[in-house]
Design a protein around this ligand. Structure first.
Ligand code: ATP
Length: 248
C-alpha cells in the first residue's frame, strides 16, 4: 500500500533580507496519517522551514527563492496564509501565542471561526478537545495569560484542533516545559494522530522525545537535511546517538 503524500517540500532555498541564505535546498514529505519530525539544533532552520510552508516569511523579510512547496499536489508558496488554513493546514507557532486576555475557552473558540459550521458542532468539537485535554476543561474559565506554560501549549494545540485541520505544523512543542509535561503533550499529539487522523509536521530540538513519538524524522544542520529515515532507524543510528541523543 502506498500512503498519500500531503505536503511535499522540494529543494527550497530561503533567503532573509535578500542576502542571508538560511535554507540551502531542503526537501521533505509529510504523509497522510503520519507524525513527521524536523530535528536539529538551535538555528538549523526548522522554524524557517515551517514558516516557508505556511507563507509567514514575508513579515520577517524572508523569501523562498528556489524550489517548491506543494500540498496535495498543488503549489502553496504563492498562496496567502489564510488559504492554506482553508486547505486544512494549521500552524502552531513557537512560543504558543495564546490570546492572554481571553479565557482558555475563548481561545479555543477562535480556532472555530474559520469554519462554516453551527453551534451544535462547535459544542461537540469543544467537548472533543476537552476529552483530549482534561486540563483545559478544568481551566476553561481562566484567563489564558494566567495559565502555565504547559497549559498554554495545550491551548494552542486545542485551538488548532477547533479548526478541524488535516495537518498541524507544530513548532517546538517542548520548549520551556518540564520533562513530564513534554511527555504529556507528545502523548496527546500521538492520540490526536491515531484517533482523529491528524497528520503532524513537528519541529523539535528535543530529538530524544521526538523520535519516540514520530514515525519519520529529518535532521537539519545549517539549512540542509543531513539525514532522514524512519524514527526507529534514526534512534539506532550511531551518529544520531552520539550527536543528538547524547549517548556514545
Ligand atoms: P530555533 O527554532 O531553535 O531558533 P531553528 O532551527 O528553528 O532554530 P531558524 O529560526 O529557522 O532555526 O533560524 C535559522 C537561521 O536563520 C538562524 O541562523 C537565524 O539566525 C536565521 N534567521 C532567522 N530569522 C531571521 C531573520 N528574520 N533575518 C535574518 N536571519 C534570520
Amino acid at each position: 500500500t502506498t500512503t498519500e503524500t500531503l505536503l511535499e517540500v522540494s529543494n527550497i532555498e530561503v533567503i532573509y533580507n535578500h542576502v542571508i541564505l538560511v535554507l540551502k535546498g531542503v526537501s521533505l514529505k509529510v504523509p497522510k496519517g503520519g507524525i513527521t519530525a524536523l530535528l536539529g539544533g538551535n538555528g538549523a532552520g526548522k522554524t524557517t522551514t515551517l514558516k516557508a510552508i505556511s507563507n509567514l516569511l514575508r513579515s520577517e523579510r524572508g523569501e523562498v527563492t528556489k524550489g517548491s512547496i506543494r500540498y496535495r499536489g498543488e503549489a502553496v508558496h504563492a498562496a496567502d496564509p489564510a488559504e492554506l488554513v482553508r486547505r486544512g493546514v494549521i500552524q502552531v507557532m513557537e512560543g504558543r501565542h495564546c490570546f492572554e486576555h481571553l479565557t482558555v475557552e475563548e481561545n479555543l473558540l477562535t480556532g472555530f471561526y474559520t469554519r462554516k459550521a453551527g453551534k451544535g458542532e462547535m459544542e461537540a468539537d469543544l467537548d472533543k478537545v476537552y476529552s483530549y485535554f482534561p486540563r483545559l476543561k478544568e481551566r476553561r474559565k481562566s484567563q489564558a495569560g494566567y495559565t502555565s506554560g504547559g497549559e498554554q501549549q495545550m491551548c494552542a494545540i486545542g485551538r488548532a484542533m477547533m479548526a478541524k485541520p488535516e495537518t498541524i505544523l507544530l513548532d517546538e512543542p517542548s520548549m520551556g516545559l518540564a520533562p513530564q509535561l513534554v511527555e504529556e503533550i507528545f502523548g496527546i499529539v500521538k492520540n490526536l494522530n491515531e484517533q482523529e487522523g491528524v497528520s503532524f509536521l513537528l519541529a523539535e530540538q528535543n530529538t530524544n522525545v521526538a523520535l519516540r513519538f514520530a514515525h519519520y524524522g529529518y535532521i537539519l544542520e545549517s539549512g540542509r537535511v543531513v539525514m532522514d529515515g524512519p524514527a526507529k532507524n534514526l534512534r539506532e543510528n550511531p551518529d544520531v546517538k552520539e550527536f543528538y541523543l547524547g549517548m556514545s
